[in-house]
Design a protein around this ligand. Structure first.
Ligand code: SF4
Ligand code: SF4
Length: 185
């Protein structure tokens, strides 16, 4: 764990919001660790859903990286208390973006660049997304060695290929924003 993902000053507000949005479920966590044991991401990265949920429930400083969660819902299926862990991760990510300090973290910049690319093109335009991420995060030289091999193998094109369903995808984004603005679950 290298970077704080939530401003500690916001913890209590966030805790209340998480409890409200998960119907009080996160308070049922008894730290059994089944979520972490079944999480496919935890096996490879320093990411542990049990720690995140526990710290959130206790109102502790959430100095955990919750960005690697891929919303696969395996943890939800395994949790003996039926806690919607995947949803809690999403709420944390939404809240982190609202915070001026955490909004500058590379994980958040990456997620934004990814979503903006999908919204615009109906699919990911890898090169455009990476360029935006690198400029905004200042990590210009990170992983540059992977670029040429990916391009040579046709995995990353120079120009975007817009999906024929780009309009429909844009509409999904618009509706989600509407729902979020209304404060619905
Ligand atoms: S599986 Fe459920 S109860 Fe167990 S640690 Fe994870 S969130 Fe808590
Ligand atoms: S939803 Fe997220 S936290 Fe849960 S198992 Fe999948 S990657 Fe792990």
């Amino acid at each position: 764990m290298t970077e704080k993902t939530i401003n500690p000053m916001e913890n209590e507000k966030l805790r209340k919001r998480l409890i409200e949005k998960t119907g009080g479920d996160i308070l049922k966590c008894f730290s059994c660790g089944k979520c972490a044991a079944s999480c496919p991401v935890s096996q490879f990265l320093d990411f542990n859903p049990r720690r995140v949920i526990r710290k959130a429930a206790l109102g502790a400083d959430i100095d955990e990286d919750f960005w690697p969660c891929v919303s696969c819902f395996t943890c939800n299926a395994r949790c003996p208390n039926g806690i919607d862990i995947a949803r809690a991760m999403n709420i944390l990510r939404i809240e982190a973006q609202k915070d001026k300090k955490t909004a500058r973290l590379p994980g958040i910049i990456f997620a934004r660049a990814f979503l903006e690319s999908v919204e615009k093109n109906g699919r990911l335009y890898e090169l455009g997304m990476l360029a935006k991420y690198k400029i905004k995060s200042g990590r210009l030289l990170d992983d540059v060695e992977f670029g040429p091999p990916l391009m040579l193998k046709g995995k990353m094109g120079l120009l975007p290929h817009k999906s024929k369903n780009a309009k429909a995808v844009g509409e999904i984004f618009r509706r989600v924003r509407e729902i979020d603005a209304r404060g619905e679950k």
